[in-house]
Ligand binder design. Structure first.
Ligand code: C2E
Ligand code: CA
Ligand code: CA
Length: 743
């Protein structure tokens, strides 16, 4: 049966209902959204509407947290063509929050389309309001499920019974849900959550308590069920999840979830907290995993750590720690340096990897003791074996906890002086992650160390990939590209890792940094990295870390291998490096080559491809600007229509602002941006997100732009902005090669 739908003059209906209700809104359904057509005085006052509400959309007048739920209600009236009744908080200007109930009625035009929606609202009587508050505050607005408070309350009711039933708790977290929100928009994310909630609900046995914890997390309490059925339910939930997917840049991404399970706790709080711990453990194992919480797991982990710490303490006391050295060979001249790596061969525990005990030691003063011992051994070895170490620098890893002048004095300087050595003979390796965590401290420490004469390099570079631009805050000597990039590099030259390493090297050269690649395991990796311009190679291919006893043999072998490898490298690999070194490049500037004459299109395509993948945006492009005209040099993911436009007047583009200000421009939502929402380009192609940074020549002139686009509004962090700027340097250095060709 067709629902009752009003089909009459909307203005007449408004006046009619205004006699019955004080608060009446007539909203027009437009392409932009629901716009205010008529509002009763009382309604305008209570809803804090501004004087010029006419023709404005809900989202123009209210922040998202108010407008979104409201629009959802209107959407459902619009779509379902049926009246909706709902109760919610009302935003009152003066008296804070009160509660109101509303009826939304669709009004059709003669074609049967919903053209207006009439909303009639009345404030609730005190008693009704009170009831509503208690029920509403405990209900999740989006999924209509009980929230965490309410769900826990229900669970406790069972647990407080005289003979409580067995309660299992499933804590469900959707994997990488943030990505979906970011890539497809929050609305799509919300719709997906609603569907998932329905899906899970349908799988649960009777008497289950099902609630939404927050964001992408749900919880289910199963009452009086066997463990087997509990596990089966978890599996069914995970299977159901795989039925959902979303599409980004033509790639179908399937949803998965991790589930943590707990039982037999005395209250709901503990039950939930244990299940959530198990869920986190499941996450650590990877996506799409179930994990059951066991009290014994926690105890065992604790015992393991305690035992390790006690044994480590003894080892330090008895000076059981050893140091191995791994050669690092310079590509250009075969010069060898070393990295000192601590080793622990425990009589009781066997060989313990520093990857295991260093992080533990870093939680306590043990790390200082370890560093003193390592430094002492290294200095002793350097003093005793000049035939190995003369002229070589030795790299030592320095933990962030030791970033205090007094500690550095105690751990490093005192020992170095004792052995009559100099800071200049050492290289300190500091990890990137810890510098970013506390930049001020990091900067202070690096400056201090370099002033003392140490070389400072950034270890594990690229892991937390924080823009090199960011790292420009610090003055250091070099970077060590992390193994994870290096080990992917020979497999396929088209891989993202290749581009990223290429990009890091381009930037490093621009900043005059020395680059070491670590974890090089194959000849192929060595060849690729050298040809990209790495200065130094470290890894199992040349030599594993060795005890002093075998070090000179290993060093000789490593040198040989580098020599052999260089012979087998394609002619001119070193030329390539020299050619792109800054000095060579700018010796004899030539006039700009016309953009069209650039042959290395591929170089720019690589950049746009990498940028697009890096930011996970659908579209990226590089433009060139000349004579107030803009043309797209390379693009990735752009619709054909845009590409066919060819050259455009700079005046018509948003990029003109980037050109005139010489600064980057980020517009989270172009449609909401007063200045640009009417832009032809934007209106025609539905662009919502725009980010652009200038490509600047040495003279400071803007010769092009590097841009990112999306059809959805987006937020863009300062860090991402800096990363985009980094990529612009890469683009610029490719461009410079053609602007200043070397002959
Ligand atoms: P790291 O500073 O990144 O050290 C490089 C690690 O990679 C070393 O592991 C080294 O043995 C390993 N490695 C070298 N070449 C290759 C290769 O080709 N393939 C692979 N798969 N691995 C390679 P190690 O010795 O186990 O050290 C682990 C981490 O422990 C080090 O990572 C460093 O962060 C820390 N560490 C080691 N010694 C010390 C120390 O004396 N003090 C401090 N604070 N940390 C240390
Ligand atoms: Ca290191
Ligand atoms: Ca490293």
């Amino acid at each position: 049966m067709k629902q009752t739908i009003l089909q009459a003059d909307p203005h007449y209906l408004f006046r009619f209902f205004n006699k019955l209700y004080k608060m009446v809104f007539l909203m027009k359904v437009t392409k932009q959204g629901y716009t205010y057509e008529l509002v009763s005085d009382e309604a305008a006052h209570l809803a804090s509407l501004p004087g010029d509400y006419y023709g404005k959309t809900i989202e123009e007048l209210y922040p998202a947290e108010i407008s979104r739920p409201l629009i959802d209600q209107y959407d459902s009236v619009h779509k379902e063509k049926t009246p909706v009744f709902y109760a919610d908080k009302m935003n009152k200007r003066d008296s804070g929050i009160t509660y109101a109930s509303s009826i939304l009625m669709p009004i059709e035009d003669w074609d049967g389309k919903v053209a207006y929606i009439l909303s009639m609202t009345s404030e609730l009587a005190d008693e009704a309001e009170q009831q509503l508050i208690t029920s509403m505050e405990n209900i999740d607005y989006l999924t209509k499920l009980p929230n965490l408070v309410k769900a826990k309350h229900e669970i406790n009711k069972y647990l407080q019974l005289e003979t409580p039933p067995v309660v299992y708790l499933l804590y469900i977290n959707i994997d990488r849900f943030r990505l979906l929100n970011e890539l497809c928009g929050v609305e799509e994310g919300n719709r997906m959550l609603q569907k998932i909630a329905l899906g899970i609900g349908a799988l649960l046995p009777d008497r289950s308590i099902f609630g939404r914890v927050d964001g992408d997390e749900f919880m289910v309490a199963l009452i009086d069920q066997e463990e087997e059925l509990v596990l089966r339910t978890a599996e069914k939930i995970m299977e159901m999840m795989e039925g959902f997917h979303y599409v980004v840049s033509e790639v179908k991404i399937t949803l998965t979830a991790c589930v943590g399970i707990s039982s037999t706790a005395e209250n709901a709080n503990l039950l939930v907290s244990n299940a959530s711990t198990a869920m986190m453990e499941a996450k650590e194992e990877g996506k799409n995993t179930v994990k059951i919480f066991r009290e014994s797991d926690r105890a065992r982990k604790y015992m393991d750590e305690l035992l390790l710490e006690i044994e480590l303490m003894k080892a330090i006391e008895k000076q059981e720690l050893r140091v191995y050295y791994q050669p690092k060979v310079q590509v250009e001249n075969g010069q060898v340096n070393y990295e000192a790596l601590v080793r622990w061969f425990s009589p009781k525990l066997g060989t313990v990897s520093p990857g295991k005990f260093i992080p533990l030691a870093e939680k306590s003063p043990l790390i200082e003791k370890i560093t003193v011992q390592v430094m002492d051994i290294v200095c002793r070895d350097m003093e005793k074996y000049p035939e190995i170490f003369a002229g070589a620098r030795v790299g030592v890893n320095l933990s962030a906890n030791l970033f205090e002048e007094a500690i550095i004095q105690r751990t490093l300087l005192k020992t170095i002086e004792k052995h009559k050595l100099y800071p200049e003979m050492f290289e300190l390796e500091l990890t990137e992650t810890m510098l970013i965590k506390n930049p001020e401290k990091g900067k202070e420490t690096i400056d201090y160390l370099r002033n003392l004469g140490f070389r400072v390099v950034i270890d594990d570079f690229g892991v937390s990939y924080s823009s090199l631009n960011y790292l420009k805050m610090f003055t250091f000597d070099g970077i060590k590209i992390d193994q994870s990039f290096v080990q992917e590099i020979d497999k396929n030259i088209d891989r993202k890792e290749y581009e990223i390493v290429n990009f890091m090297l381009t930037l490093a050269r621009k900043l005059g940094l020395f680059v070491t690649a670590e974890g090089v395991e194959t000849l192929e990796q060595l060849k690729v990295l050298s040809s990209l311009g790495c200065d130094e190679i470290q890894g199992y291919y040349l030599s594993r870390p060795q005890s002093l006893e075998f070090l000179s043999d290993s060093t000789a072998q490593a040198k040989n291998k580098m020599n052999e490898a260089k012979k087998r490298m394609p002619e001119g690999h070193l030329l390539l490096k020299e050619a792109s070194g800054e000095n060579q490049l700018f010796k004899q500037p030539k006039p700009y080559a016309l953009p069209n004459e650039i042959k290395e299109e591929e170089a720019f395509d690589r950049i746009t491809r990498t940028v697009r993948a890096f930011f996970q945006m659908p579209m990226s492009y590089i433009t060139f600007i000349q004579d107030n005209k803009q043309s797209i040099k390379s693009s990735c993911g752009m619709p054909q229509e845009i590409m066919e436009v060819g050259e455009v007047e700079l005046e018509k583009t948003i990029c003109k602002e980037v050109v005139s200000t010489k600064k980057g421009l980020i517009i989270s939502d172009v449609k909401e941006n007063a200045k640009w929402s009417e832009n032809e380009f934007v209106e025609e192609y539905g662009i919502r997100f725009y980010a652009s940074v200038p490509l600047k020549s040495r003279e400071g002139e803007v010769v092009g732009t590097l841009c990112l686009l999306d059809m959805y509004p987006r937020s863009f962090t300062k860090e991402q902005y800096m990363q985009l700027t980094d990529f612009s340097y890469w683009a610029m250095s490719e461009l410079e090669k053609t602007m200043y060709p070397i002959h």
